[in-house]
Design a protein around this ligand. Structure first.
Ligand SMILES: Cc1cc2nc3c(=O)[nH]c(=O)nc-3n(C[C@H](O)[C@H](O)[C@H](O)COP(=O)(O)O)c2cc1C
Length: 333
């Protein structure tokens, strides 16, 4: 039987986890194999809908991915009634340049996606699509103002993307951000930014988050759709090897310095770019940002090997439990 790691008053689609952790969506990298491994290991697995890209004229790959994930997790649950898989999530980029959004919402509603993660813009109609099929929406934000807007527009919960997170990270300390949110919001909140071990996950829970939200360590897993050099660079790098720049997508984010050097640029002297250069349309001519310039958060000092996603979750779960016991003993003593 799985531990009930999450609060009982959370939405049912956010319950039944082994540890309170969400494997965050990673552009290009997250695929059905990674999501299935994360969910079977007992954490919420996720992928960006935009990762499922079919060639022109082919049926939507997103539909095929949702079918594969649903069937595989159903099979697992039938074979392991005492150890069911965690729910999965799909990430929608709600930016005006995402021309597929409407179609992808319809497909996700049809497949009754249990958890919807929205990024880069809160929109009422996206929340309505999720609620129409019983889904729960977590919207990612980098400050308290965006958090309030997201809840006003109908999101059920928040993902606080604090300083040090991989990809489009915020600049605020997790300590400040989570406390500002918790001063007015008692719904579901996940905290992200450099969480790569069980101790940090416990810290996120202690600060008031319901979940940790962890991305970069999953890049260095067998299932991840990333080049071997990228996986090894995650293993070999530490927080000092990360640069925060807006140059590559128009929005500030954290990237591996060594990948910037490989692309012929000096990571310590990068010019900035403006947000109007952001583009998520399919076939966008700027894939360089993620294909050649590799994103990563600051927490990767904890990543020592390329392992299976299930093994990574096992490590974090063991650390989380040990850290919790250690602290509980201190409080009891
Ligand atoms: C390579 C990479 C790609 C990402 N792609 C997405 C994405 O497509 N959608 C999204 O909402 N977040 C994306 N993120 C952000 C993550 O979902 C998450 O906020 C972040 O990884 C958490 O910080 P951590 O990497 O330190 O754990 C990406 C992050 C990385 C490192």
């Amino acid at each position: 039987m799985k531990d009930t790691a999450t609060k009982p008053d959370l939405h049912p689609n956010l319950q039944g986890l082994r540890i309170p952790l969400i494997g965050s969506p990673l552009f290009i990298i997250s695929n059905p194999d990674l999501v299935i491994a994360q969910c079977k290991a007992g954490i919420i697995g996720s992928f960006p809908a935009l990762n499922a890209r079919e060639a022109d004229g082919e049926p939507p790959l997103l539909e095929a991915w949702l079918k594969q994930i649903t069937e595989e997790l159903d099979r697992h649950n039938q074979e392991n009634p005492d150890n069911p898989a965690a729910p999965y999530a799909v990430n929608q980029i709600v930016h005006r340049s995402n021309g597929r959004l409407e179609r992808d919402l319809e497909i996700c509603a049809k497949w009754k996606v249990p958890v919807w993660i929205t990024s880069l813009g809160a929109r009422v109609e996206v929340n309505e699509a999720a609620h129409s099929c019983g889904g729960v929406v977590l919207h990612d934000i980098i400050n308290n103002t965006f958090a309030k807007k997201a809840i006003d527009k109908g999101a059920d919960g928040l993902i606080a993307v604090a300083a040090g997170a991989g990809g489009h990270a915020g600049q605020q300390s997790p300590l400040a951000l989570i406390r500002e949110i918790r001063s007015w919001f008692d719904g579901p909140v996940a905290l992200s930014g450099a969480i790569a071990c069980g101790e940090s996950l416990l810290a996120a829970r202690a600060m008031g988050a319901d979940f940790g939200y962890m991305g970069s360590p999953f890049i260095a897993t067998h299932e991840a759709n990333a080049q071997d050099e990228y996986k090894q660079m995650i293993v070999d790098s530490t927080a000092e090897d990360i640069v925060y720049s807006s140059l590559f997508t128009g929005v500030s984010g954290n990237y591996l310095k060594k990948s910037v050097e490989r692309a012929g640029m000096d990571p310590d002297n990068l010019p900035s770019a403006d947000a109007s250069s952001m583009n998520f349309s399919s076939g966008s001519s700027k894939p360089k940002a993620w294909k050649e310039i590799w994103g990563s958060g600051q927490g990767i000092g904890d990543v020592k090997d390329i392992v299976g996603a299930g093994e990574l979750v096992d490590r974090v779960a063991a650390e989380y439990k040990a850290a919790g016991k250690r602290l509980a003993a201190e409080f009891a003593g």
